[in-house]
Design a protein around this ligand. Structure first.
Ligand SMILES: *Cc1c(COP(=O)(O)O)cnc(C)c1O
Length: 496
């Protein structure tokens, strides 16, 4: 199966090449050139998470051998996850939470970022390249730690994470600055997230950096890489299988999934699961106050010209959802010139409107709701008191969307809510939602939350406070390129 660019379908590459390149040269995203995969549900119901992952990932990345995929899966989904089911289900009345936060950094990005480094190094091996792969990542908090953890001590890789000195939470900062691994570095930048992002993008084409790339290749752990998208398809299937095994649904019965959405990667993986045979009735797209996707799905108009609101579900504070481009391409019968035009309009005018038939197709598969900060807090409290479920703000946004959907449609199908972060990762806001008072210190908040609920604190978070800080470096934006150039030189020397 080849992958083609959403902005020019004549650009075709093998899946391992798409993993290496991340983004197509024309700025488009890679999508499978045809999706003629159909999984056998009955069979998937009898498989472990790892077995299902091998089957599903190999079907999409079929120029890797089965053996190569199995090694990647075994390296990723092991005792780094605190549940041996990897993604366990928590049943509630008429629904279930799919807990995606049992990985090393307690957020859903772990599921993809634990396997991406292995897919990437296997891809380089296939190309007979023994370069050191230098990963440069800009982060506003969550992705950085998940990437640091995923790449730590993976042979032939090195990772540097840049984060804004002011803007990440104390817990996120501590998580990153205490990272383990001989091949990792964390650098704070005197600037905001956009400055970090710009630095990393600029470095790839900077002559000073290029001069120093001997035996070293720069890559990114960016969320548009198909090596992150494909592993996310797996848990839609395993959650379904688990509901069948528990006798909650019949094999073949349609269910709904509700997904707290930012960059549209997670929910797009759900759509790909539906396309390959998973019985999904609706995918419910949940947004916070940054509700650009809610408006888009309901009207067909994507308009990012609005105020950006920092919220208590920060991983969804996004106004440009990159992965949506893939859906537009696939639902427009692969109309690459239309997609290129819409993306140009978004870039230049900040707004675009999709043709009516595409809007109808989107509305057939997706519903969309949004949740404000007050409703989010009330949902956390109600979930704990009524459903005995302790959830984080991102998950609460989704639960509230699911309730709105059920109320509006009367649809009583089983509904799986994707639970994307441990409540302890956002402990201060969760305590405030439960008690009305916000603890001053994030680490105290974890203890308070434990006192209040008795839910165990994930090990990696409970030990965080006393963990020694390894990284304290802060740089000016203007010194960023030189810093990266020096780093590449050092890696090149090590390589010899
Ligand atoms: C990244 C993230 C999301 C959003 O996922 P997308 O794939 O970007 O839509 C939701 N919740 C949490 C906790 C996240 O880290």
């Amino acid at each position: 199966m080849k992958y083609e660019s959403t902005r020019n379908k004549n650009t075709k590459v093998l899946s391992h090449q798409a993993v290496i390149r991340g983004l197509a040269d024309d700025g488009g995203l890679f999508v499978p050139e045809k999706i003629d995969i159909h999984f056998d549900l009955e069979k998937l119901c009898s498989l472990s998470y790892q077995e299902a992952a091998c089957e599903i990932i190999h079907a999409f990345l079929d120029d890797y051998s089965e053996e190569e995929i199995r090694k990647c899966v075994d390296n990723a989904y092991d005792d780094k996850f605190s549940s041996n089911e990897i993604v366990p289900l928590h049943l509630i009345e008429n629904g279930a939470f799919m807990e995606l936060w049992h990985g090393p950094t307690c957020a859903f990005k772990d599921v993809a970022l634990t396997i991406l480094p292995h897919l990437l190094t296997a891809a380089y091996k296939k190309e007979n390249r023994d370069d050191t792969v230098a990963i440069l990542t800009a982060t506003s908090g969550d992705t950085g730690k998940a990437a640091l953890s995923g790449f730590a001590d993976v042979p032939h890789t090195n990772i540097t994470v840049f984060y804004p000195e002011i803007g990440v939470s104390p817990i996120q900062k501590k998580q990153m600055n205490t990272s383990e691994g001989k091949n990792v570095e964390v650098i704070a930048v005197k600037g905001n997230f956009d400055d970090c992002q710009r630095l990393v993008k600029q470095a790839v084409h900077d002559p000073l950096v290029e001069k120093n790339l001997k035996g070293v290749t720069i890559s990114s752990a960016n969320s548009i890489n198909i090596g992150r998208l494909v592993p996310q398809i797996v848990y839609y299937y395993t959650a379904y299988a688990s509901l069948v095994r528990k006798g909650k649904i019949r094999c073949g019965e349609e269910i709904n999934y509700t997904v707290p959405t930012g960059n549209f990667g997670d929910i797009l993986a759900g759509w790909l699961a539906k396309e390959t045979g998973l019985p999904v009735h609706k995918l419910i797209c949940a947004s916070n106050t940054n509700n650009v996707l809610t408006d888009f799905i309901n009207t067909g108009i994507y308009d990012r010209r609005r105020t950006f609101h920092p919220t208590i579900s920060p991983s969804m504070d996004i106004l440009i959802s990159s992965n949506l481009e893939r859906l537009l391409y696939l639902l427009s019968a692969r109309n690459d010139s239309l997609v290129a035009e819409l993306m140009k309009e978004l870039n230049e005018k900040g707004v675009y409107t999709v043709p009516a038939e595409i809007k109808e197709k989107i509305q057939k598969d997706f519903s969309a709701y949004w949740t404000d900060e007050d409703a989010c807090r009330k949902t956390i409290k109600a979930a704990f008191e009524e459903d005995h479920a302790l959830i984080d703000p991102h998950t609460a946004v989704a639960l509230h969307a699911m309730r709105q959907y059920q109320k509006e449609t009367g649809d009583t199908r089983m509904n799986v809510v994707l639970s994307t972060a441990s409540p302890y990762k956002f402990a201060a806001n969760v305590v405030q939602s439960l008690t009305g008072t916000k603890p001053e210190d994030d680490f105290d908040a974890m203890d308070q939350l434990y006192q209040l609920t008795g839910e165990p604190i994930p090990y990696s978070l409970s030990t965080l406070k006393d963990k020694p800080v390894r990284f304290t470096r802060v740089i000016e934006i203007k010194d960023g390129i030189q810093t990266i150039a020096d780093k590449m030189k050092e890696l090149g020397n090590d390589h010899d």
